[in-house]
Design a protein around this ligand. Structure first.
Ligand SMILES: C[S@@+](CC[C@H](N)C(=O)[O-])C[C@H]1O[C@@H](n2cnc3c(N)ncnc32)[C@H](O)[C@@H]1O
Length: 357
């Protein structure tokens, strides 16, 4: 069904600027579809042309726009998911490309939009804001996680342009800056699983702590000490914010630096967490320096989805033996999530001892 309504036509390059103003005044007509022209987009509004002129007078606008009455298509019903929210704006041959999953970190959504859907990134961003009233910002993944700090490039799509948020996992508040630190909301269950294994009075060392999700979970309910190491100063600034807003039972001692360079300042550990998949095996020498007979290591790796336990056991055994250490006991093996097609992110939990001659 077509409906005549007041709207504003703006070039695509300025659409986000205008959307932010309209959103602030809550005057976008969400019941109508945007109109896509070759070089411009038309956004339906809930107020008259005169009222819209007044709203825009207060803002410095340096591009051409048209305020007029346009014929919009009425959305059929309130969408229940992203597909329902955007499928009418996207050609049918691309429907199977519409993402089914996205990450929600606090009040921020991060979505991975396939290359062939990038023309529709504005609609996808707007739809996510509409679908989730508690969401204030939408970003898209603009690169893979990479580099020593394990961060990715992101592009702002809609809502507030902000990087900081508070993410809550099992009652633990985690301050996250998505622009400068690694964080995955898909590890919430793993953080809690490890925290539940820690006993009172233990010393835990998290060699690659990021924003400190493991230490926060562990100390939330356990009287124990966790040393949180990261090479990314910004991640540890977020951790300090989290420490201030959680009522922690235990103590977190953050240390900034390359774990190999700061290892001599650390005590012997009851438990060592090594969540730097793809690289953790290069730091087994570091773990051996803070291990004592019986120390438990949580060793994370990306491995093939077949024979993954054997693959991890072999990597760890080889690296430990170079340091004259060995596996005393394999305690558990946990498949955490699919990290790529036919590849999983897994955790091998082992107790280690010096090599028995
Ligand atoms: C996968 S992320 C950590 C994830 C975190 N454990 C969690 O569960 O959210 C890996 C972290 O290791 C840090 N890192 C990389 N190399 C390091 C090193 N040599 N020493 C200390 N931290 C390092 C990165 O800055 C990054 O924050």
């Amino acid at each position: 069904m077509k409906i005549k309504s007041c709207g504003i036509q703006v070039p695509y390059s300025s659409a986000e600027f205008i959307l932010n103003i309209l959103r602030k005044h809550r005057i976008i007509n969400l019941e109508l579809e945007f109109i896509r022209k070759e070089k411009a987009i038309v956004i339906p509004v809930l107020i008259s042309i005169e009222e819209l002129k007044k709203v825009l007078e207060s803002v410095a606008i340096e591009f051409k726009y048209i305020l007029d009455s346009f014929c919009f298509v009425k959305k059929e019903k309130q969408p229940n998911n992203l597909f329902e929210a955007v499928n009418e704006s996207i050609p049918e041959n691309l429907h199977d490309r519409i993402p089914k999953a996205f990450d929600i970190i606090g009040d921020i959504v991060i979505i991975d939009i396939p290359e062939d859907l990038l023309t529709y990134k504005l609609e996808l961003g707007e739809a996510l804001l509409t679908l989730f009233p508690s969401i204030n910002s939408v970003y898209r993944k603009a690169s893979a996680v990479s580099g020593e700090l394990r961060i990715r490039e992101i592009e702002h799509l809609s809502g507030k342009m902000k990087c900081e948020t508070i993410h809550i996992e099992h009652g633990v508040k985690i301050a996250v800056n998505i622009c400068n630190s690694y964080f995955s909301p898909r590890l919430g269950h793993e953080h809690k699983r490890i925290a539940d294994l820690v006993k009172e009075g233990e010393i835990v060392i998290d060699l690659f702590t990021g924003v400190g999700s493991f230490p926060l979970h562990i100390t939330k309910y356990n009287i124990c000490t966790v040393h949180a190491i990261d090479i990314n100063k910004e991640a540890l600034i977020s951790l300090e914010k989290s420490v201030a807003i959680n009522n922690l039972k235990g103590m977190i001692i953050p240390t900034h630096g390359d774990c190999r360079l700061v290892v001599d300042t650390l005590p012997k550990a009851d438990k060592i967490i090594m969540n730097l998949p793809g690289k953790a095996h290069d730091y087994i020498d570091v773990a051996c320096k803070i291990a004592k007979p019986g120390t438990i290591i949580y060793f994370y790796q990306f491995v093939s989805d077949t024979d993954s336990l054997k693959e991890m056991e072999k990597i760890l055994t080889d690296k430990l033996s170079k340091q004259d250490w060995q596996i005393k006991e394999i305690i558990s093996f946990e498949k955490i999530r699919e990290s790529a097609p036919r590849e999983i992110h897994a955790c091998l939990e082992v107790a280690v001892i010096p090599q028995q001659k």
